[in-house]
Design a binder for this molecule. Structure first.
Ligand code: 5GP
Length: 222
C-alpha cells in the first residue's frame, strides 16, 4: 500500500488544497475500525477524528487513541460549550466529534477520517465544514457479520444481539452515502478506499487557488 499522502504533491508546486472530511460508516462488525487504522497508517496526510464517548473502554482500547472516554457530566459540559461538530446516541451511549481538532486540521489542508454512524454522517453534512465524502462499508454476508460480532468476545451476548438487530437499521441508510464498499477482504477494501481518497483529492472543488496556480504555470501571472 502506498503513502496516499503523496497525493499532496500539488502543495510543493504552489497549489493548495483544502482538507477533505472522509466519513466511514457501517453496521458494527463490518470491519470499519480495522480499515480505518490501515488507512491512517499508510497515509501521512490523513488523520483520524477521535470521538468522545460516554461508554466504558473495551479491553485494548486506549484513551485519546480510540476515544476520549468521558463521564455524562463531562460530555454535557462539551455540549454546552458547542464543542461537538455532531453527536448521537448509539446503543444507549453518547458519542460526539470534538470540533476544534477537525476545524484546525481541515484549515491546514489535512484530510480527516471520521468513524461515525449514519446520524453523524448526516449531521457532518450540515455542520458547516466542507461537505464530507461518505463511504459505507458492508459485510459480505449475514453469516459473516454474525461471526464477526460473536468473535468480539468482549461484548456481552445481549449486546451482540442488540448490535445484530441494529445492523439492519444502519444498513437501511445506504442511499445517503457516496460510495459503497463490500468488505470481503481487508487489503482489497483498503485499496478501494485509498483509490476513492486519491480521486477526491484531485476533484476541482477540493483544490484551492487553482486560478493562481494556472496563472503561474501559463505565465499569465506572477
Ligand atoms: P463502538 O461503541 O462500537 O465503538 O461504536 C458504536 C457506533 O458509534 C459505531 O457505528 C460508530 O461509528 C459510532 N460512533 C463512534 N463515534 C461516533 C461519533 O463521534 N459520532 C457518531 N454519530 N457516531 C459515532
Amino acid at each position: 500500500m502506498s503513502d496516499g499522502g503523496g497525493d499532496a504533491p500539488f502543495i510543493g508546486h504552489g497549489l493548495r488544497r483544502s482538507g477533505i472530511p472522509f466519513v466511514l460508516s457501517s453496521p458494527s462488525g463490518a470491519g470499519k475500525t480495522t480499515i480505518a487504522r490501515a488507512l491512517i497508517n499508510h497515509d501521512s496526510n490523513l488523520i483520524m477524528s477521535v470521538s468522545a464517548t460516554t461508554r466504558p473502554p473495551r479491553p485494548g482500547e486506549e484513551p485519546g487513541r480510540d476515544y476520549h472516554f468521558m463521564s455524562a457530566d463531562e460530555f454535557d459540559r462539551v455540549v454546552a460549550e458547542d464543542g461537538f461538530l455532531e453527536r448521537a446516541e448509539v446503543f444507549g451511549n453518547r458519542y460526539g466529534t470534538p470540533r476544534a481538532p477537525v476545524e484546525a486540521a481541515l484549515a491546514d489542508g489535512r484530510d480527516v477520517l471520521f468513524d461515525v454512524d449514519w446520524q453523524g454522517a448526516r449531521q457532518l453534512r450540515q455542520s458547516g465544514i466542507t461537505t464530507p465524502v461518505t463511504v459505507f462499508i458492508l459485510p459480505p454476508t449475514r453469516v459473516e457479520l454474525e461471526r464477526r460480532l460473536r468473535a468480539r468476545a468482549q461484548d456481552p451476548v445481549a449486546v451482540v444481539e442488540a448490535r445484530m438487530a441494529k445492523a439492519a437499521a444502519e444498513m437501511s441508510h445506504y442511499r445517503e452515502y457516496d460510495y459503497i464498499v463490500v468488505n470481503r477482504n481487508l487489503e482489497a477494501s483498503v485499496a478501494v478506499i485509498q483509490s476513492i481518497i486519491t480521486a477526491e483529492r484531485h476533484r476541482l472543488h477540493h483544490l484551492a487557488d487553482l486560478a493562481g496556480f494556472i496563472g503561474r504555470v501559463s505565465g499569465a501571472a506572477g
